[in-house]
Design a protein around this ligand. Structure first.
Ligand SMILES: [Zn+2]
Length: 206
């Protein structure tokens, strides 16, 4: 059985574009982070392990069968992408970054298992939220190197209709997703903005 094939050019370009976007902001340092995009009902394109996310091309992106084994050369975090698509047919793109704000705040709040955000106008960047008068509860999971088990834990907690299109891995970073790559990018940028504001408030001891 063939484990992987070339991803369509348009899908590769959408992944390359979000890679450039994240790299320009310093969100994927030292080849960290990974990005994926649904190709069809059965397959997704995912960035390979250890590549510069600011300079992605066809050689750095693999097309994987959602029901097949993960081939060599893929990121250890690939199961966290694959299981999001398997759990929710509406998920069209999954994005993951290692930002300072997500790394620091997820460590601080890891014992709570959640980071509660309230009162921000930016909440409206998240699909379905229409007012700042909404409490956003961003789940936090303990980091783990067994990402198959971690992906199962994540999906069990998120359930069928996650209230927020993202979560934190403690001391690690932020995952977000959307129906399209554009929506995933909006969710990523919105959540990261909320995290940066919250971190700034902590610095001011509020
Ligand atoms: Zn990571």
């Amino acid at each position: 059985m063939k484990l992987e094939s070339a991803a369509p050019a348009a899908v590769v370009e959408s992944i390359a574009a979000i890679g450039r976007f994240a790299a320009a902001r310093g969100w994927v340092p030292a080849t960290s982070g990974n990005f994926s995009c649904r190709i069809d009902g059965r397959s997704v394109a995912v960035t390979r392990s250890g590549v510069d996310k600011g300079n992605l091309g066809p050689e750095q992106v693999a097309a994987l069968d959602l029901d097949g084994p993960i081939p060599a050369g893929m990121s250890a975090e690939t199961p966290l992408h694959i299981e999001r698509y398997r759990a929710d047919a509406s998920v069209g793109a999954v994005v993951h970054v290692h930002t300072v704000a997500s790394t620091v705040l997820s460590r601080l709040h890891a014992p709570d298992g959640v980071l509660n955000l309230s009162g921000f106008e930016m909440h409206k960047a998240l699909r379905g939220i229409t007012t700042h008068e909404t409490d956003v509860a961003l789940p936090i999971f303990a980091n783990a190197q067994d990402t198959v088990a971690l992906a199962a834990e994540v999906e069990a907690r998120l359930g069928r209709a996650p209230a927020v299109p993202g979560y934190l891995l403690a001391g690690h970073g932020l995952y977000a997703w959307g129906r399209t790559m554009d929506e995933a990018r909006r969710h990523l940028e919105g959540i990261e903005f909320l995290l940066e504001c919250t971190l700034e408030e902590r610095r001011l001891h509020r």
